[in-house]
Design a protein around this ligand. Structure first.
Ligand code: ZN
Length: 432
């Protein structure tokens, strides 16, 4: 079944910090994206491609830009109901807002309701793949994967492992956490487009015994993910040092328990030392840069060029509910400001890379998603240049693609997402 989409088309080919920027992307002013059976068949100039597909059905969009679907490398689905909660930093934020909200996921019905709302929100914002925290409850992950499978989305999620320093109603044990995770892996990992992530919340809420079993599990199945938090907040780092005095530092806690390497994704990494960056880079681990969360929770400023300089794979994360927006456009706007405050810059093509191909690379999914190479999943988003009167006016003033893309990122949010496609199917239409 062939279908084509005609609009301006933009996708990344490489990391703009690794190659000259104009070799890092492809842009077609009058572009055509040809999709067959949920996969990309071709992407290029409409005038070149149309003669090859004479009778193809076409969706045509005016004043629109088609890009690959956005990739969110760190987000918590049980925290949907506490996004935008007032007045705390990390450790108090967990106690005050997060833990009570996550407690409600013992109820499978509640989990199913929030999973649907959460996926609606991701798709409304053009995000087609995310690396997602569940709650400690096994049924939270069942509910999430059921909902994601029904929509045929490429999603990664896992049950939180947490056996200490949390309320009783939210803790498991090293053995039950291991057994529940295994059962979820057997049920979901590799089903449809779903992947499982071994998910210790962070070092302070897992005993060494639990981290040991988590590391064992991470090595037991092919292509599993490991998803946790690292060096977000200074008090948190002090706490980790006090809890694990025998380890060299925060990352070394995970390293010691074999929780690093390809497909290990660490959220934040705001306060990493050089040695930790080095270790993340050489081990093939990834960091999720979560600017709205880092600003909102008051954690600090992530130094993207420095961390990337050690060869670390970096993706973009919203970290909802610590983050304040589901929109990767809004998140990029905040990322730009975080770098500005450090006297650095974020080129708009690099920004697009972070939200698409760079995220895919951080997740080792760049063979499947992230751009419009033939054979990849047809996950894409149609962005509306005229989403608001201000965007319409501002973008009409742009003199070239770079200016237009940058203004789109600075001003855009869910209102700019006209339509979202996953595996070639329309999964969100703004105007319906
Ligand atoms: Zn988080």
């Amino acid at each position: 079944m062939l279908h084509a989409y005609r609009a301006a088309l933009l996708h990344c080919l490489a990391d703009p910090t690794q190659v000259p920027v104009d070799e890092a992307y492809a842009y077609f002013e009058d572009g055509l994206l040809v999709v067959a059976d949920g996969k990309i068949l071709a992407a290029g100039d409409a005038s070149e491609l149309l003669p090859r597909y004479p009778n193809i059905a076409i969706n045509e969009y005016r004043d629109a830009l088609i890009t690959p679907g956005f990739i969110d490398t760190h987000i918590h689905y049980p925290q949907l109901g506490v996004i935008g909660s007032y007045g705390t930093q990390l450790l108090e934020w967990l106690e005050t807002y997060t833990f009570p909200a996550e407690g409600r996921f013992a109820d499978a019905e509640h989990a199913r309701d929030i999973a649907e709302r959460f996926l609606d929100e991701l798709l409304r914002n053009g995000t087609t793949t995310a690396l997602v925290f569940g709650s400690v409850h096994r049924q939270s992950v069942d509910a999430f994967f059921e909902a994601a499978l029904a929509r045929d989305l490429r999603m990664i999620a896992g049950k939180v492992l947490m056996d200490r320093n949390a309320p009783d109603y939210l803790t498991d044990t090293p053995e039950s956490g291991y057994a529940d995770s295994r059962a979820l892996i057997e049920r979901w990992h590799g089903k449809g487009r779903l992947h499982y992530a071994v998910t210790p919340r962070f070092a302070p809420t897992s005993s060494p015994e639990q981290l040991e079993l988590a590391g064992k599990l991470f090595g037991e199945y092919p292509d599993l993910y490991m998803h946790t938090h690292l060096s977000e907040n200074l008090k948190e780092i002090e706490w980790v040092k006090a809890l694990f005095p025998e380890r060299k530092g925060y990352l070394d806690v995970y390293d010691h328990h074999k929780l690093i390497g390809p497909r290990a994704v660490f959220a934040h990494g705001v306060h990493l030392c050089d040695e930790e960056c080095q270790r993340l880079g050489e081990s093939g681990s990834a960091v999720a840069f979560c600017p709205t969360s880092n600003l909102f929770i008051g954690s600090g400023l992530f130094d993207l060029p420095r961390v990337e300089g050690f060869g670390v794979r970096v993706g973009l994360g919203t970290d909802v509910g610590g983050g304040t927006s589901f929109s990767q456009l809004t998140t990029l706007s905040e990322a730009y400001k975080v770098l500005q405050l450090q006297g650095k810059n974020l080129d708009p093509f690099k920004a697009l890379y972070l939200a698409t191909l760079g995220g895919a690379r951080a997740l080792y999914l760049d063979e499947r998603i992230g751009n419009f190479a033939t054979g990849k999943d047809a996950d894409f988003v149609v962005l509306d240049y005229k989403a608001t009167p201000l965007m319409d006016f501002r973008l009409s003033q742009a003199r070239n693609l770079k200016e237009k893309l940058f203004a789109l990122m600075m001003l855009g949010d869910d209102r700019a997402v006209k339509e979202t496609f996953a595996a070639g199917r329309s999964v969100h239409r703004r105007d319906h």
